[in-house]
Design a protein around this ligand. Sequence first.
Ligand code: AP5
Length: 216
Amino acid sequence: MTNVILLGPPGAGKGTQAKRLVTERGMVQLSTGDMLREARSSGSDMGLRVAAVMDAGGLVTDEIVIGLIREKLSHGGSAGYIFDGFPRTLAQADALGDLLGQMGQRLDAVIAMEVDDGVLVRRITGRYTCADCGAVYHDETHPTTRPGVCDSCGSTNLVRRADDNEDSLRHRLMEYYKKTSPLIGYYYAKGDLTRVDALARVEDVAAEISMALNKG
Ligand code: AP5
């Protein structure tokens, strides 16, 4: 069993790499962003409460996201978890350590995905995803082979996120530097951190992550 955190700013490629690990290693992707978007589209009370915060690019409360992760981990039974977009604050990192400890598990690696902020606007504003299977595409660098049709599942339900615009991205980046980037030092001090050049080609980033997981 391997547990890994993918840590990086919006658009670093966390979701793209998580999906590869699911396919290649049978791991389970736990994306708090996806869970919150699901809550929104289901129209639940919690989903409605977080919608405005997410659209503006702010962070949802620790209590809500830790609750979501606790619920998923309680189901157990996987080849390992990929934490994608969680933890994002020191409180969330402590909570994750406690939750894994209670399950008799540990973190095997924390991958810090390093990018230049300059590329993020282009990555984020060009992104679209398949609403049915979650495959991630980009207008310029990774379009679907047939326009409007998902390569992975054939769906025509391709969507763009409400927070994928420049204003929201600027706020998301600010939140990242204020509240999430301190986790790099936190995990470095624990000896868990591997830095990866996330500006490289998707396949090369995947190879670096794979090497880190095979070591851990
Ligand atoms: P979330 O859904 O987690 O969004 P994010 O962290 O902003 O990250 P993204 O999904 O935007 O980017 P990514 O790194 O996954 O990049 P991707 O692989 O898609 O969170 C959304 C919101 O939910 C937050 O703002 C917050 O409000 C809330 N939230 C979520 N978790 C929370 C938490 N723990 N606490 C509090 N609030 C929380 O790639 C982007 C694009 O680039 C794609 O088009 C892709 O094709 C392309 N690309 C990827 N890799 C490469 C590459 N190597 N080269 C070229 N292009 C690439």
